[in-house]
Design a protein. Structure first.
Length: 434
């Protein structure tokens, strides 16, 4: 990803330097295990660790690969330049390239998952804080973009908290899915390497041995991982779209923080645009773009092909770096979001009590009016509000058919906002389990 949408810690996981360091650790730990088993001399295994503080020369490895046309061989050649050709002659004993590549890739994905998991925890903290801050801030709920019934801004934040809490669980499961390694040799039979080598290497790297690999780790694991990232990205967009709507001039119930000196438009000085959340919508598309290729990587030929390789070299860094940036950006947006309770009330009252129509409908049915007739009574008065700008309660009080079933006091009571917020505490207890 371009630096504009990247954060250093996640980018570092995918750097060539980090990759070669992991490759080195895989090879060195494998040598240790083979020495313990008496397969190779102990002094040769110890010699490999002479390179533990070496900064591998990426340019030199690229230079070798230009000749060998093989990245792992290029790395092993460069490693021997540091360790010595005689001392390094048992490095990669009984192993195949995928043992190194796949195990390394999963180490990187696990490290990336750890960052993403913390990102989501940070976002959850921000959502929870804003939810309690606005637990009783009444706003209009909308369906189809149209006024429906009152809710609270706190419930909106709580809803997003619950969604992101599910995403936390998904990411933790995704991490578990890819936390495996394979040092099983050509076609995965361990013919030339002892399974105990795999167990040792995986333990050192914080992985579990893959129960059964071919020449590669099964790609259904990676498909599940990137699918989880795609769901998280969609949740980010879900929140972003809500904020973008609330910032529309006609709504303006909340808006992104507009800093001193910030400019909204090169042409129109008055503009304050939801640029951060629009950006998040775009970034979510990029993360989801990795999902289908990851799914298509599951079907490989026989024990191995490399049709997945070029895909993963792209989607591994791109999806994780982008999602990391997006989660951090969204957390900042939520932290600084400017909320306008007065505008929320003004918007809710724009159609003069119309949003209480269901309460009146239910009251009429409870008073003995058939549901069909009650609906007609309420709707004919509601249409006067839509079409003529009338006041809903006034129209109801002036409708003889309505007042024949409901008293003035009963009609007045149906416009109490507290009716719609009486279970907010119950919902909060369910969501936050406080």
């Amino acid at each position: 990803m371009i630096p504009r949408y990247s954060r250093p810690e996640m980018v570092a996981i995918w750097s060539p330097e980090t990759k070669f360091r992991i490759w080195y650790e895989i090879e060195a730990h494998a040598c240790d295990a083979m020495a313990d088993l008496g397969v190779i001399p102990r002094e040769n295994a110890e010699a490999v660790w002479k390179a533990k503080d070496v900064e591998f020369d990426v340019a030199r490895i690229d230079e070798i690969e230009a000749v060998t046309k093989h990245d792992v061989i290029a790395f092993l050649t460069h490693l021997a330049e540091h360790v010595g050709s005689e001392e390094a002659r048992f490095v990669h004993q009984g192993m195949t390239s995928s043992d190194v590549l796949d195990t390394c890739f999963n180490v990187q994905l696990v490290r990336a998952a750890d960052i993403l998991i913390q990102d989501v925890k940070d976002l959850l903290a921000a959502l929870k804080r804003r939810a309690y801050e606005h637990k009783d801030t009444v706003r209009i709920g909308r369906s189809h973009g149209i006024h429906a019934e009152p809710t609270t801004m706190g419930l909106t934040f709580a809803r997003f908290y619950a969604e992101m809490d599910r995403n936390l669980n998904r990411l933790e499961k995704a991490r578990y899915e890819v936390a495996t390694g394979a040092i099983s040799g050509a076609v995965g039979t361990f013919a030339n390497i002892d399974p105990r080598v795999e167990e040792h290497v995986c333990a050192k790297l914080g992985l579990e041995p893959e129960p059964i690999s071919t020449q590669v780790i099964p790609r259904d694991r990676h498909a599940a991982f990137f699918a989880a990232l795609g769901v998280v990205a969609s949740s980010i967009e879900n929140i972003a779209v809500e904020i973008r709507h609330t910032q529309r001039t006609e709504v303006l119930e909340a808006e992104e923080f507009f800093s001193k000196g910030q400019k909204g438009s090169s042409a129109m000085p008055h503009k304050r645009n939801p640029v951060l959340t629009e950006n998040l919508t775009g970034l979510a598309r990029l993360v989801r773009m990795a999902v289908v290729p990851a799914m298509e990587n599951v079907a490989l030929w026989h024990e191995r092909d490399i049709s997945h390789s070029s895909v993963e070299r792209n989607i591994g860094p791109d999806a994780t770096v982008t999602l990391d940036f997006a989660l951090a950006r969204l957390t900042s947006v939520i932290d600084k979001l400017v909320v306008y309770p007065e505008n929320m009330l003004a918007n809710m009252n724009k159609f003069r009590g119309l949003v209480m129509s269901q309460r009146v409908l239910l009251a009429l049915t409870q008073a003995g009016v058939s549901r069909e007739d009650a609906y007609k009574l309420v709707q004919r008065n509601a249409m006067k509000v839509w079409e003529e700008g009338k006041d809903f309660k006034t129209e109801l009080l002036g409708d003889a058919d309505v007042t024949a079933a409901l008293s003035t006091e009963e009609i007045e009571e149906k416009f109490d906002l507290g009716y719609h917020t009486k279970h907010v505490d119950t919902i909060f207890a369910r969501v936050f389990k406080d």
